[in-house]
Design a protein around this ligand. Structure first.
Ligand code: SAH
Length: 240
C-alpha cells in the first residue's frame, strides 16, 4: 500500500515573507493542507490550486477533540498516499503539539519531514524593536508558556532569575503571571511589553510594568508575545 508523508511546516509569525524558501516549496507540493486560525490567506495561497485545504483551528473547550481529529486526518490522508502539509505558526516544535503529531504519524508508519519555522518567540519581539539579549542588560532569555490547566498556577520561581522572559499564550493569564513574577522576586517596576499580531499589518505594542499589569489595568487583545525584562526599555533605540 502506498503511504503518504507528513510535512510539519513552520509558517513563521504571520507575514508570508517570513516563511522559509523550503516551507513555500513544500507547501506548493502537498496534496492536503491542514491549517489553523493563525494561518493567513497569503500563506494558503502558496498551496497547489488543487490541494485540499482543511481548517483545523482549535477553539476554547474543544482542544482535545480537535487534536484527536487532526491525528485522524493525518492518518487517514497518509493511508490514501497523500502528502500532507501540517502548517503551524512559528516553529512546529515550539508549543503547538507538533511533536505529538510526529509521534502519531510514526506509530502508523507514516514518514515525517520537519520544515523548521521562525518562531514568534524570537521574531516578534525583534519586529517590535525589542532585542532579547543586550550587552550588560540581558545575557539570557527563556520562552515560557503562559497557559496552564484552569484552577492551578505554574511555579514561576525557576524563571524569575532569567534576564528576559518571553511568554507565549500568556494574554489571558497576564494578571496572574505578573503577580506571580512579583511574588517570585522580580521588581514591580520591571517593564513588560505585549506585541499583538507581530509581523502583520495590525501589529501593536502595549508597554507597561509588572505592578500596573498585576493590578489588572492593561488591555491586550488576542494572542500576543509578552516580554518581561529590562530589554523592553531598549525598544525606542530600535523602534519606529
Ligand atoms: N509554534 C509557535 C507558537 C505557538 S503558541 C511559534 O513558534 O511561534 C501560540 C502563541 O504564539 C500565541 O498565543 C502567541 O503568544 C504567540 N504568537 C504566535 N504568532 C504570533 C504573532 N504573529 N504575534 C504575536 N504573538 C504570536
Amino acid at each position: 500500500m502506498k503511504t503518504g508523508k507528513l510535512y510539519l511546516i513552520g509558517a513563521g509569525p504571520g507575514d508570508v515573507e517570513l516563511l522559509t524558501l523550503r516551507a513555500a516549496r513544500v507547501l506548493g507540493e502537498c496534496d492536503v493542507v491542514l491549517y489553523d486560525r493563525l494561518t493567513t490567506p497569503e500563506v494558503l495561497a502558496l498551496a497547489r490550486p488543487d490541494a485540499e485545504l482543511i481548517y483545523v483551528g482549535k477553539h476554547d473547550g474543544e482542544q482535545e477533540r480537535e487534536q484527536a481529529r487532526i491525528f485522524d486526518l493525518i492518518v487517514e490522508h497518509a493511508k490514501l498516499g497523500r502528502r500532507i502539509a501540517r502548517l503551524k505558526g512559528g516553529d512546529p516544535l515550539v508549543f503547538g503539539r507538533g511533536a505529538e503529531e510526529w509521534d502519531v504519524a510514526t506509530e502508523h508508519g507514516i514518514a515525517v519531514e520537519l520544515v523548521p519555522g521562525l518562531s514568534s518567540a524570537i521574531a516578534v519581539p525583534g519586529l517590535a524593536g525589542i532585542p532579547l539579549t543586550f550587552r550588560e542588560v540581558s545575557r539570557s532569555f527563556a520562552v515560557v508558556t503562559g497557559h496552564w490547566k484552569t484552577g492551578t498556577n505554574m511555579d514561576w520561581t525557576p524563571y524569575a532569575k532569567i534576564d528576559t522572559l518571553v511568554i507565549l499564550m500568556g494574554t489571558k493569564q497576564r494578571v496572574v503571571i505578573a503577580a506571580s513574577l512579583i511574588a517570585a522576586g522580580r521588581s514591580t517596576l520591571e517593564p513588560v511589553a505585549f506585541v499583538e499580531q507581530g509581523s502583520l499589518a495590525g501589529q501593536r505594542v502595549v508597554e507597561t510594568d509588572l505592578a500596573t499589569l498585576a493590578k489588572g489595568e492593561v488591555e491586550v487583545s488576542g494572542p500576543a508575545v509578552m516580554v518581561v525584562g529590562e530589554v523592553v526599555r531598549q525598544r525606542r533605540r530600535f523602534g519606529e
